[in-house]
Write a new protein. Structure first.
Length: 95
């Protein structure tokens, strides 16, 4: 059984707890990513990056609020975390 499958099964068992923690985590990481993006400037490229981060984080929140299948919610949580961590890491290295 892969790590992804184990995490998905655990996510499905305690869906409401994990979805709530996911909203908090995604929002905090999105806020940190947005702050770092805006600290590096206000140009077109930063606004595109800000749009991507905002869209991905809000997309996860939408999947939770729309009560979609737990696998879709889990995948959007992983996507949100990866995108935010990528932009945070990228802007920490640049700054």
């Amino acid at each position: 059984m892969s790590l992804y499958h184990k995490a998905l099964v655990d996510f499905e068992k305690m869906y409401y707890a994990h979805a709530t923690l996911g909203i908090i985590l995604s929002s905090c990481l999105g806020g940190a990513a947005a702050m770092l993006i805006l600290m590096s400037g206000h140009g077109v490229s930063q606004m595109i990056q800000l749009f991507i981060v905002t869209t991905v984080c809000m997309g996860f929140n939408t999947t939770v609020l729309a009560c979609l299948k737990s696998k879709i919610v889990f995948n959007s949580l992983i996507t949100s975390i990866l995108v935010c961590v990528f932009f945070i890491t990228y802007h920490i290295i640049i700054l």
